[in-house]
Structure formats: structure tokens, C-alpha cells
Design a binder for this molecule. Structure first.
Ligand SMILES: [Zn+2]
Length: 144
């Protein structure tokens, strides 16, 4: 029986070096002109600006969303006060000690995971309700 996957794998293995050699040979004959490339890149960016910005925004949104999901999972996926776990959007990261906060959670997602982890260590995961109650209590104490 003809198996496409196995055939392709074999084909790739047989032609791997050939493709590689061809690429090297081509590069030798056509060295990159970085100045030219930069001009081209700039032109390409100007002509496709809207589209490129749209892609970048979409990627950032996706990244932020994935990072929040990952962070929420680290805390067990639920409010640490009442156990609420229905909707991720209704879960906030609360800074237990506001004075040691370096970044607000609004800007932290989208940064490197390493930075996020440092900030998360100062936080607890609360649902919006508990978060507001906590802040109200802090306000009454005169701390906030
Ligand atoms: Zn809660």
C-alpha cells in the first residue's frame, strides 16, 4: 500500500543534503545586500503597515490571553478566597502588598514570562468580587 507520509519522509531524507547544497550555492552566488534589504523591508512595512500592525496586535492579544490562562492555572484556576472558577475574565491578580508592586497586572501580560513570574509571586488570585471586597476593606483600614 502506498503510504504518503512514509514516502515523503523518505524523499526528504534522500534530498535533504541536495536542498542544503543548493541553498549554500545560491547564497554564494547571490550574497545578501543588507542595505538593499533594509530599503525593501522599510518599503514593505510602509506599504503593508495596517496589515502588519493588525497581525502584531492580534499576536499580542493572543499572547496576553495565553499568558493569563497559564498564570491562572498556576494558582489552581480559582479564587483563593471563595473558590470561584467559572470565568477567567472575572479572575484578577491582587497585589497583597501594593508597595512592592513593580508593574500593574494590566501591563504585565505581554511581557516575558520571567517578569510575569516575578510579579505573580507578589500576588494572589481573586475573583472580581473578592478583589473589590479586599480593596474596600483596605480602604476602610486607611491603607489604600
Ligand atoms: Zn472570590
Amino acid at each position: 500500500m502506498f503510504n504518503r507520509k512514509i514516502y515523503l519522509k523518505k524523499y526528504r531524507e534522500q534530498h535533504k543534503n541536495k536542498a542544503h547544497d543548493y541553498g549554500n550555492e545560491y547564497r554564494k552566488q547571490h550574497p545578501r545586500d543588507l542595505g538593499k534589504q533594509r530599503i525593501y523591508n522599510r518599503k514593505y512595512y510602509q506599504e503593508h503597515r495596517e496589515h502588519l500592525v493588525e497581525i502584531a496586535t492580534r499576536n499580542l492579544k493572543r499572547r496576553r490571553c495565553q499568558q493569563k490562562l497559564k498564570a491562572v492555572a498556576l494558582f489552581g484556576g480559582k479564587c483563593q478566597k471563595c473558590g470561584y472558577n467559572k470565568c477567567v475574565d472575572a479572575l484578577d491578580f491582587h497585589h497583597e502588598v501594593p508597595s512592592i508592586k513593580e508593574y500593574g497586572m494590566g501591563v504585565i501580560f505581554g511581557m516575558s514570562w520571567k517578569k510575569i513570574l516575578i510579579e505573580l509571586e507578589k500576588c494572589e488570585l481573586l475573583c472580581s468580587n473578592c478583589h473589590r471586597e479586599t480593596h474596600a476593606a483596605l480602604r476602610l483600614d486607611g491603607n489604600n
